[in-house]
Each structure stands twice: as structure tokens, then as C-alpha cells.
Design a protein around this ligand. Structure first.
Ligand code: HSE
Length: 282
């Protein structure tokens, strides 16, 4: 976060890997290599104006009420009863519809920069609900597994959104991620549409066991247990066909020694968790 003067501030928010194979809508971590930057300036009147969007293509709306960062700040203004508003300049570093949390990053960067301009800055739990409103606008669902790790940092579990409770997990020594972004887009709404409203109880039981064991592996610093846990039986099988060559990429990652491999968020990006940087590069 850079506060550049009394009336404006800029923040950069990182990409994120959500779900992490076993924690659909509740587990995620940031990847600092790419991110979105938002410059926010205070202005008179409790509204939001978007002055520019760089590198976003025509698909990102300039109308604040239709833009994830705009909606987040409109929510902040309403919730805090602010007498002033904000003008935004957004620079997209995260490819659109890539499964790397681009919508969450824009909202979080806007909120963090705007927060720095408040008389009394708010704690993250008062900012997160507005980022979730941005997610709802973008995908039809207020999931927080991109926004929470983006805002809080670290490998996090979102225990609850109302009230906000974010739990940070310890990261085992040497754990690295390889993240691959194919040159195609997959809308989160479409990817969520591939999931049935009701899922078989046996899949829920199997996934719960894996998520619990994954969390235990973090506390036990046990990458072998993490590897045995990193298998998504709930969501990935129902989405895999949306990403051509996913099965081949996953096979290659596991053959090269990855601890586990799955879709990043709703795809099409694919991540692999690895024991060490050499393995991740391989
Ligand atoms: N948990 C969300 C999903 C993440 O998989 O739909 C979207 O980025």
C-alpha cells in the first residue's frame, strides 16, 4: 500500500488460488507474482467514479455499480455513512476470467487504498464484506476464498462470512506452488453452473476427510499427508471437462513429483503444490 498524499492512495492486491482442491469456497492463498493495482482519490459526494481501467479490455465495466471494485467502495460508503466518495484508476495485472482471483484483487486493492484515506481506518473484517459484494456481482455468489487470502495474506480458511472469521493456517516448510495460466477465459459463473445444487453425501464425507487431513498436515508440517489429502472428489470431476487438456496437465504435474494438482479457483488456471522450488519448476 502506498499513500501518496492526503487525498489519494494506491494499493496492489495479489492473485489468489482458491479452493486448493479440498476447500471449495473456504480455502485459499495469495500468489504475489501478479496483482491488480488501484489508485483511489477522495472526492466530494458519497459516490464512486471510475476514471480509467488499464489492461482490462472492454469487458470490465466503467460504471461503478457494475464494477467489482466500484461496488465494494459503494458498499463501504453506505456501511460507514461516509460523506465523501472516491475516484478510481484501476490497473489490471491479473488476466480476466483466469481463475486467479482477478475480481477479488481489484475489490481488495480499492478497499485497502480507500481505507487508508478514512479518518479512522477499519480492520479487515469490516472491509471483507464489501469485497464479497464485489464477488457476488462478478459471479452470482459471495464466496470469499479469493478475497479473504487476498486481504489477509497467507493460507487461510474462511470459517464464516457472517460474521467474518478468517483463520490463518501455518504453511509447511518448503511448500511451493506452480501456477499455470492457459490462454483462455472461463467465467466463474459458467464454472459454478457446472455444479449441481445437491451433491452426494458420500462425496461430501470423502471431501470433509481430505480437508480435515489437509489442515492437519499444515499443523504437522507433513507434506506426505498433504499429498495424500490433496484430492478433490467433489468439484474438480464436475468441472474438469471445461478445461481442455486439464487431465493431461495434471498427470504431467503428478509425474513430475507434485504433491497435488487441481484447478485454481474455478479454472482454467491450474496449480500444483510442490515440495520445494526445484520440484515446482519441474
Ligand atoms: N470457490 C470459487 C469457485 C472460486 O470455485 O467457484 C472462484 O474463483
Amino acid at each position: 500500500m502506498e499513500r501518496t498524499g492526503s487525498n489519494f492512495a494506491a494499493a496492489r492486491a495479489p492473485a489468489t488460488v482458491a479452493n486448493v482442491a479440498v476447500g471449495f469456497d473456504v480455502l485459499g492463498f495469495p500468489v504475489d507474482a501478479v496483482g491488480d493495482t488501484v489508485r483511489v482519490e477522495r472526492m466530494d459526494g458519497p459516490t464512486v467514479l471510475i476514471d480509467s481501467i488499464e489492461d482490462g479490455g472492454a469487458a470490465i465495466p466503467m460504471d461503478a455499480a457494475a464494477n467489482t471494485a466500484g461496488v465494494a467502495l459503494l458498499g463501504l460508503i453506505r456501511a460507514e455513512g461516509l460523506g465523501h466518495g472516491f475516484r478510481l484508476r484501476i490497473r489490471k495485472g491479473i488476466p480476466l476470467s483466469s481463475g486467479m482471483g482477478g475480481s477479488a484483487a481489484s475489490s481488495v486493492a480499492a478497499l485497502v487504498a480507500a481505507n487508508a484515506l478514512l479518518e479512522t481506518p477499519l480492520p479487515p473484517e469490516r472491509l471483507l464484506p464489501h469485497a464479497l459484494a464485489g464477488e457476488e456481482l462478478a459471479s452470482g455468489s459471495p464466496h470469499g476464498d479469493n478475497a479473504a487470502p487476498c486481504l489477509y495474506g497467507g493460507l487461510v480458511i474462511l470459517r464464516s462470512t457472517e460474521p467474518v472469521e478468517v483463520v490463518r493456517l501455518p504453511v509447511p516448510r518448503g511448500l511451493c506452488v506452480a501456477l499455470v495460466h492457459p490462454h483462455r477465459e472461463l467465467d466463474t459463473r459458467t464454472s459454478r453452473g457446472a455444479l449441481p445444487r445437491d451433491l452426494p453425501l458420500r462425496d461430501y464425507v470423502a471431501q470433509s476427510a481430505r480437508l480435515a487431513a489437509f489442515v492437519a498436515s499444515c499443523f504437522m508440517d507433513d507434506l506426505a499427508l498433504m499429498s495424500r489429502s490433496l484430492e478433490d472428489v467433489l468439484v474438480e470431476p464436475r468441472r474438469a471437462s471445461l478445461v481442455p487438456a486439464f487431465a493431461a496437465v495434471k498427470r504431467a504435474a503428478l509425474k513430475a513429483g507434485a504433491l497435488g494438482c487441481s484447478l485454481s479457483g474455478s479454472g482454467p488456471s491450474v496449480f500444483a503444490l510442490c515440495d520445494g522450488i526445484v520440484s515446482a519448476r519441474r
